[in-house]
Design a protein around this ligand. Structure first.
Ligand code: SAM
Length: 272
């Protein structure tokens, strides 16, 4: 591996001013990027899909950790900077120009992969939802390591009985393990966004048998749509739901935020 020029120098040389329209906030601190790269564990010779490499800060760290990286970037201004990394790490980086929302990641990767991304929050959330609702389970991705707005990260990993607990927690945790791996201060980004960020790390868990994702979505939507109401009120529009609560000995006077993920899954299984 050749010595790499400092990232700031690469950005200046290629005139990569951050585009607001593309949600660009770059991470330039090499130590921080190494810590993020350590979250998915040993990456030596692992296939990694990075979405939105930008000028390539995280990409460098992944390559230094020994990963084989496929990076999808839609801003063609970043391609020359990424091409320098392709030369510095021969045969270990493949750059694809395109919109990651429109591409079939499994087909591109062709083997199980860890996905890593620091993306604009709207794109990150949409991709996350897509990855989590994969038809095939376990999915082709073996882990997701994703940057979110801190408040969204807290909702993903939230436990029952907390304000952050809701649909996002249930729909994430019913078939994956999710942890908040590290918080990232807004000052770590160039330019600094208004909000704090956090990295969430997820791995697929065994999916409970006999549960329809659609039914679980419907039940959680109804229950958390009126989260301050008792279940007997919020679920009354779902045929069979109140009888199911009784059959499962779940008190219909409870509120959505007190039900565990396992209890939501049990309700959905009965109704599926
Ligand atoms: C927040 S910046 C982060 C850049 C770099 N990963 C870092 O950590 O410094 C997000 C990057 O995602 C790219 N991007 C945004 N939407 C995308 C999409 N739909 N498909 C591919 N790349 C996208 C942007 O062009 C930008 O380079």
């Amino acid at each position: 591996m050749a010595d790499l020029p400092p990232l700031r120098e690469v950005i200046a040389r290629h005139g990569l001013s951050a585009s607001k329209a593309l949600g660009q906030n770059f991470l330039l601190d090499a130590q921080l990027l190494d810590r993020i790269t350590a979250v998915p564990g040993d990456l030596h010779d692992r296939a990694v899909l990075e979405i939105g490499p930008g000028p390539g800060g995280l990409t460098r760290a992944l390559l230094k950790a020994g990963a084989r990286v496929t990076a999808i970037e839609m801003d063609r201004r970043c391609l020359p900077a990424l091409a320098e990394l392709e030369i510095a790490f021969p045969g270990r980086l493949r750059v694809i120009e395109g919109d990651a929302m429109k591409l079939d990641h499994d087909a591109i990767m062709g083997e199980p992969y860890a996905a890593v991304a620091n993306l604009p929050y709207n794109v990150g959330t949409a991709l996350f939802t897509g990855w989590l609702s994969a038809e095939e389970w376990p999915p082709r991705w073996t882990s997701l390591t994703l940057m979110f707005q801190q408040e969204v990260a807290q909702r993903i990993v939230a436990q029952p009985g907390t304000d952050a607990y809701g649909r996002l927690a249930v729909l994430t945790q019913w078939r994956s393990t999710a942890r908040l791996a590290m918080k990232v201060h807004r000052s770590a980004f160039t330019p600094s966004p208004k909000v704090m960020s956090a990295i969430v790390h997820l791995e697929p868990a065994a999916m409970p048998d006999g549960v329809s994702p659609r039914v679980l979505e419907r039940v959680t939507e109804a229950a958390f749509g009126q989260r301050r109401k008792m279940l007997r009120q919020s679920l009354k529009g779902i045929p069979g739901a109140l009888g199911t609560l009784e059959a499962l000995a779940i008190d219909p006077q409870r509120r959505a935020e007190t039900l565990s993920v396992a209890e939501f899954v049990a309700v959905a299984r009965e109704l599926s």
